[in-house]
Design a protein. Structure first.
Length: 298
């Protein structure tokens, strides 16, 4: 077992998973404290690094694409203080940090963990129920529906309509965007059959964020919802299937002979779809649709 304890937090590695516990220091961000302890399975890791500095060093975990709903919902926009996969290291613990990195890297090699993307979330996302107040609204999520309530600062277009309830089944995407410079941020939900191009300030399915302390907490709401939506790999498979149907060769046109490499690629696609189906990412209906589209292209 490897362990490193710092003011910023404590990381423990037992050979199978890393346990990341945020510290109690006042400089630890509100988002990390609210997110709490994370258990990261070794299979979710793409790599680990340690960077030395004059005043402090930094341990960094790199997760495989698609492994964590928080990282997917944040879209790489979590700034340094809020990133739970970084740990500040004091100079007198540089040796411990390097040992920690070696232990994790050796485990990744021994277990032959690939660094590529995954087709299912390997972390559960923030626990629910969850409620966050920031910007012009309050977002509640209980695992089945999102409820948006408006503060007095909200525009009339929102407040006049009253609280907004969005069943999870109606949500097709969620986006968290932090404020940057003079641009406000937002938490926006894309609702089935009702996409909106209205600015977040007026969008009843969005909370506008102004760059205050609690704004990053809205990323937790986004991650909790994202964890319960279909994984991006499943959506990509469906989009490929539908694109294959839309661009299929008309019956009146003679089919062009497929090149050998195209045939191999389609066979690989069939195997990937089978893996997604067996793992539960694709339903029977989705798998049948995607499989049919690939077979047509063959």
């Amino acid at each position: 077992m490897a362990e490193i304890i710092q003011k910023d937090g404590t990381w423990v590695f037992d050979g199978d998973a890393l346990r990341l516990t945020p510290g109690r220091d006042k400089n630890v961000s509100l988002l990390r404290r609210e997110l709490g302890e994370l258990l990261v399975p070794l299979a979710a890791l793409a790599g680990i690094s340690f960077e030395q500095g004059k005043k402090s060093g930094r341990l960094r975990l790199r997760l495989r694409d698609g492994a964590d709903p928080l990282l997917h919902a944040a879209g790489g926009r979590l700034t340094e203080p809020h990133d739970p996969y970084q740990l500040l290291v004091e100079p007198d613990r540089y040796g411990v940090a390097e040992y920690f990195v070696d232990e994790v890297r050796n485990a990744l090699l021994l277990d032959q963990v690939p660094s590529g993307p995954v087709d299912a979330y390997l972390l559960p996302g923030p626990s629910v129920p969850l409620s966050v107040s920031a910007g012009d609204g309050i977002a509640h999520f209980d695992g089945e529906q999102v409820r948006l309530e408006w503060k007095w600062q909200a525009e009339d277009a929102k407040s006049a309509a009253g609280p907004r309830t969005l069943p999870l089944a109606d949500i097709v995407a969620v986006e968290w965007q932090p404020s940057a410079g003079l641009e406000n941020g937002h938490l926006r939900f894309t609702v089935r059959a009702a996409p909106s191009k209205v600015p977040p300030k007026y969008d009843p399915n969005a909370v506008e964020l102004w760059g205050f302390k609690k704004d990053p907490l809205m990323a937790l709401v986004a991650a909790a919802v994202q964890a319960r939506l279909p994984h991006p790999a499943a959506r990509a498979a469906l989009e490929d299937a539908r694109a294959g149907e839309d661009t299929s060769t008309p019956a009146t046109a003679p089919p062009a002979p497929a090149a050998e490499d195209d045939h191999d690629a389609l066979l690989r696609r069939l195997r990937e779809l089978g893996d997604l189906h067996r793992s539960g990412v694709l339903t029977d209906e989705e798998f049948a649709l995607a499989k049919q589209a690939v077979l047509k292209r063959m």
